[in-house]
Structure formats: C-alpha cells, structure tokens
Design a binder for this molecule. Structure first.
Ligand code: SF4
Ligand code: SF4
Length: 354
C-alpha cells in the first residue's frame, strides 16, 4: 500500500455516514491488520445537513500522523445521487479516485454524469436494498465500500457489524448483515460519461465557499435563514414519505407545529362551513422523511408510504398555486424573506405588509 489508503464519505445527515466511517476505521485496526483513523465533519447533526466522513488506512508498521480531512481520496463514497451536483463533493478527485454512488433503481441503466475524470465508478441501489433487508443505507454502503476497496472480506465486514450493533441492537443485526452482504455482492462498475457536467457550473452546498468575510451580507451571519428552509431535503429521505389523505384531515395543525421543515402548506379556506386555515398538502421538496407528522396526526390523515410507490408526489398537493417556487427561497437570507403561503396568509390576516 502507498503511504495511506484514503476514503471520503459524502452524505447527508440521517443516512448514517458517521457510523459507517467509524466502523470502517475500527475495521482496519481489528480485522485488516492495518493502522487506521476515522472522523466525520458535520454541522448541527440535523437530518438533511451535509456530512463528510474521512477514513485512512496504512500498513501496520507505519503510523498515521495526520488528522486532517481527506482531500485526495482513493475512494469516494456518495450516499445519495443528488449529491453528484454538489461541487464540493468532487474536491480533490482525479484519475486515481474510485467512486461509489448510491443511485436509485430507475437511474441504474441511464448514463451517469461525472464532472471530473476518475479511475472507475461503481453504483448500488443502497436505498432499495436497505428497505428490502430492513437495514439502513449506511450498512449497504459499508458492504459496497468493503468490496470496492479490495482488501476487506465479507466476513470482516460482518464481524465489525456484530461488534458495533450486536449488543446494542440485536434485533436489527440480521437485517444489517443482509444489507452488508447485498452491498458487497451487488455493487457493480458503471461506464461513465466523464466531463459531461461542467465542474465550474456546479454549486457548492457548503455556504462558507460562497459567503465569506468579504461577501457575507452581515459579517459571519448564516445566509441560510431558517437553516434548511432553502434546502432540498429530499435526498435525506430513506425510502419513506408521509402520504396525506385529505378527506380524513380535521385541520388541527399538529403536523405543521411538529414538522421541523415547514413542509405543510396551510391556506385560508373553509372546513365544515367555518373559515379557517386549511391543510393543502405537503411540499415534498423540504420533507426529509422523519415521519414525525405521521406519529402526531390524531386521525391518520398522514400515513407512512413507500416513496417509490408515489413518484408523482404533487398528487398530494392538489393546489398547484402554492407549490414552492425555488426562487422564493433564494431570496431567503440575512435580509431576505420567506413567502410560504401560510406565512403570507397570516400576514394578510394581521393586515401586515407582504
Ligand atoms: S395533524 Fe393530521 S388532522 Fe391535523 S392538520 Fe395535520 S394532517 Fe390534518
Ligand atoms: S416526514 Fe413529516 S414531519 Fe418529517 S419533514 Fe416530512 S412532513 Fe415534516
């Protein structure tokens, strides 16, 4: 092995990349006869926020003396295909980098756009496998990573899974081992369309790259007002969505109070002859699939559904006029504002300016 074998995990809070990185780190020391380190970087650990994991291996007789992020990964593991459009994901990748992408089944046979020349690209439908095996995306990715890096056996991966989860979550062990096995066996190489996407045209989800000391509207302020209100949180869903059954809804508003991400769209309307704020449906752009709303709804007007069975989710938001317009949210910032319909209606009711 060269001095180090380095892995970078690119993910979103909620997909389990942090644990996956820790397990890869322990795997090196305990079962691969190497020295290894691992750590993650993340913000508020909130579902939907960016997460990066870093793992380094070296031969036993050498030492790892650096503890910095992995800039030039030998292996880049992307936990959701939506991240492919993030410029920061590709930082430091080149012809020596192998890439694994978790990609949904419908995209498997389509061309994959990679904005930098890489050594090879591998794909796996980690979300679907996680659903089928009752495991999680991170376990399927662990299996795929173990296979692609080429010096771990499936039995090593099983062993580290038993160590990490066996005593804490014994009931989940069987499903997770199956998820790892399928990740290991089903990851496959894919021909790529290198250079189709122009790296320069991609945006970075790391706001510090766009807003610095000289460019922030007010020095140091978080330009993403409401933290995630401007963000597309759909990649953090793990195969499940809340499905709205409007006929059952009593417009109690509990879902709106519970949802951390302003997904519910209420507008002034009529319910059983009374003028009130009426639940119009969900804006799935911001829904991270935590399903808290399903738990709180007192009349089962929100139920858990498989996202794959509802590809056209706009069906659940029949009032097309109030569908989120991305440009509204681009205006959200230090001196910006949000034009969610419920917010506007409240302002109008108060007689305020909008
Ligand atoms: S919690 Fe259920 S009943 Fe109440 S507004 Fe939301 S969907 Fe409707
Ligand atoms: S699952 Fe429900 S509570 Fe969670 S983000 Fe989506 S709409 Fe909001």
């Amino acid at each position: 092995m060269e001095k180090y074998y380095e892995i970078r995990l690119e993910s979103i809070g909620g997909l389990g990349a942090n644990l996956c990185g820790k397990m890869l780190g322990e795997l090196g020391i305990k079962y691969l006869g190497r020295n290894s380190t691992s750590f993650s970087s993340y913000g508020s650990e909130k579902t939907g926020t960016p997460v990066k994991g870093y793992v380094r291996y070296c031969d036993k007789e050498k030492e790892i003396r650096i503890h910095s992020p992995v800039i030039h990964p030998d292996l880049l593991a992307v936990f959701h295909q939506a991240l492919l459009k993030d410029k920061g994901v590709w930082e430091g990748c080149d012809e020596n980098t192998e890439v694994i992408v978790s990609i949904d089944g419908g995209q498997m046979e389509k061309g994959l756009k990679i904005p930098v020349p890489v050594k090879a690209c591998h794909i796996i439908d980690a979300q679907q496998i996680a659903i089928e095996t009752h495991s999680r995306i991170n376990m399927v990715m662990l299996g795929a990573i173990g296979k692609v890096m080429g010096f771990a056996k499936l039995s090593d991966l099983n062993q580290i899974c038993e160590d990490a989860l066996g005593s804490k979550y014994p009931d989940a062990l069987k499903g997770n081992l199956e998820g790892i096995r399928r990740g290991f066996e089903e990851v496959r190489q894919k021909t790529i369309d290198s250079g189709v996407e122009n790296l320069q045209s991609l945006k970075s989800r790391d706001s510090s790259r766009e807003w610095g000391y000289l460019t922030a509207p007010v020095g140091g302020i978080n330009p993403r007002f409401g933290s995630s209100v401007a963000a597309d949180l759909s990649p953090s869903r793990q195969g499940y969505i809340p499905v709205f059954i409007k006929e059952r809804c009593i417009n109690c508003g509990l879902c709106d109070s519970t949802c951390p991400d302003m997904v519910f769209q209420f507008a002034k309307g009529n319910y059983k002859g009374k003028e009130m704020m009426v639940n119009q449906g969900l804006d799935y752009y911001h829904c991270k699939g935590c399903l808290r709303c399903v738990d709180v709804c007192p009349v089962n007007a929100l139920v858990q559904g498989l996202e794959a069975e509802h590809p056209n989710k706009e069906y659940f938001l029949p009032n097309q006029d109030i569908i989120r317009k991305p440009e509204y949210y681009i205006k959200a910032g230090a001196d910006g504002y949000i034009t969610s319909e419920s917010y506007l209606t409240e302002k109008r009711m108060e007689g305020g300016e909008v």
